[in-house]
Design a protein around this ligand. Sequence first.
Ligand SMILES: [Zn+2]
Length: 313
Amino acid sequence: MSTPVGRFAPSPSGPLHAGSLVAALGSWLDARARGGRWLVRIEDVDTQRRVPGADRRILQQLEACGLRSDEPVWWQSRRGEAYARALDMLLRAGTTYPCSCSRRDLQRSGAPLGPGGERIYPGTCRTGPRGPARAWRLRVPSGDAACVRWHCARLGEQRECVDRTVGDFVLRRADGDWAYQLAVVVDDAAQQVSDVVRGEDLAGSTARQILLQRALGLPTPRYLHLPLLRDAQGRKLSKSGHAEGVVPGVPALRDAAAVLGLHVRGATVGEVLESALRGWPRLRARWESARPDGGGVEDARAADARAAGTGSA
Ligand SMILES: [Zn+2]
């Protein structure tokens, strides 16, 4: 088996917060415990949410927690050509099409909401846009081909029929920004990422990403969706209200490890990371053997959409 490659891919919409440190640590541990490489990629395709300087701040915070990328950091804002090539390939294959629908058009269509809280695209522009094209969408296959079975090392076997949960989804947005799903799929393949380890809130993106991998002829990595940092009411803690971000160091790492289910020892960052590395294989094995069957993704998505009051991400 080739050396595992993991990655942490934060959005620079603010500094690293306690919840994203959990994902950073989990992905680092998973790669390092098997002698693999760990990469950092700044996911700054969403120009509306980009906060100047947040990327540098995140990298400093990671560094101070002993988490260093094994290769030069990538910025998605510099990857536009690669995304354009992928879109062009889909265009030639007939699997993407321009869409003229505005948010209001979609609301007026009366299309139902999917489990993630987003309106399921009703396919209005499948046979051609009704006006000036605004966005590009993936033509999701129909029937069984829309249903993706995938495995998460913690959540177990999953199945999602993307035509019924999301419909044809956006690859390039009306404002010209590349959609998160396309950028992630293209970059994970370009960086030869073998293991996608990220928060459980992103499990609902996995089926879409696998459909895109198939459409682009790219390999599907292994998936592990980590526990989320939750507040006393069980809601995912969001970035808002934590403007300062996490204070890097031993207490922050210890807290992040505890969210994963690891009780670590050590007085220095290095000792804490060593302790966490020793505990990781057993924790992962416990997840693998105790995983629930199916349903996890849609339940988690619905719960998070309710908690956030939106269907974004
Ligand atoms: Zn449309």
